[in-house]
Design a protein around this ligand. Structure first.
Ligand code: 13P
Length: 255
């Protein structure tokens, strides 16, 4: 089965939570709970926590990611962090295009693409977020919206570089709302994303691509979602801040 070609990836997205001291504490709590994971485990943390997080996970099976990066290497972009800055700290992963960035900070498909390019050019692996708003789902344009986001984000990305992309399908209406997409809904869109990527690259490239679901994934619903043939992992918000819950999700992905 194609799913066997891909390693499951469970990534926490801590969003704007935790000071460096709290980050250390949370990661120390998570470490022993996920040490036997048979999937990749990532914690994406606020910029100011990166140093503490990288140090805390040394020698463990947890990898660290940032939550965004700018497309320019340096310059007059107050408040932004560049991909070379992350690379200089040896941060391996970065989330790009999260719906909260798109909604609250004016991120567009084009700026997402520019950020993806910068991250890839600096050796990072990208967790690329796509997903529709509730109104778009109700209008029946989920496939069009998500396919467009995917195609624009991947402009100028080679098949070789695609190996450093993870796509996270996060329906916006399911984020932080407790409203999870059904397993069937999640799988349907993840499969559509895979077909879109197959069209842009090849079936082999698409079969090798890890596609996560994100949006109110928790200890209770993770197994059913992760059992779906095209759902290869999860991008976890709220539950990633609770060690036992996050560990349950990692366990579900390891089965
Ligand atoms: P929740 O798991 O809190 O719904 O957040 C999902 C998310 O946005 C992960 O990036």
């Amino acid at each position: 089965m194609n799913k066997a070609l891909r390693k499951a990836v469970i990534a926490g997205n801590w969003k704007m939570n935790k000071t460096p001291a709290e980050a250390r504490e949370l990661l120390e709590a998570i470490k022993p709970l996920v040490k036997d994971a048979d999937c990749d485990v990532i914690a994406c943390v606020p910029f100011v926590d990166l140093d503490a997080a990288l140090e805390t996970v040394k020698g463990s099976n947890i990898a660290i990611g940032a939550e965004n990066c700018h497309w320019e290497a340096s310059g007059a972009y107050t408040g932004e962090i560049s991909a070379p800055m992350l690379a200089s700290m040896q941060v391996p992963y970065v989330i790009i295009g999260h719906s909260e960035r798109r909604t609250y900070f004016g991120e567009t498909d084009v700026t997402v693409n520019k950020r993806v390019r910068a991250a890839l050019d600096n050796g990072l692996t990208v967790i690329l977020c796509v997903g529709e708003y509730l109104e778009q789902r109700e209008q029946g344009v989920t496939d069009e919206v998500v396919a467009m986001q995917t195609k624009i984000a991947l402009m100028g990305v080679s098949a070789e570089e695609l190996k450093r992309i993870i796509i996270a399908y996060e329906p916006v209406w399911a984020i932080g709302t407790g409203k999870t997409a059904t397993a069937a809904q999640a799988n349907e869109v993840c499969a559509m994303i895979r077909a879109t990527v197959a069209g842009l690259y090849s079936k082999e490239d698409a079969d090798a691509l890890t596609i996560q679901y994100g949006g109110s994934m928790n200890a209770k619903n993770a197994e059913e979602l992760l059992d779906q043939p095209d759902v290869d992992g999860g991008l976890i918000g709220g539950a990633s801040l609770k060690p036992a819950d996050f560990a349950e999700i990692v366990k579900a992905a390891s089965r």
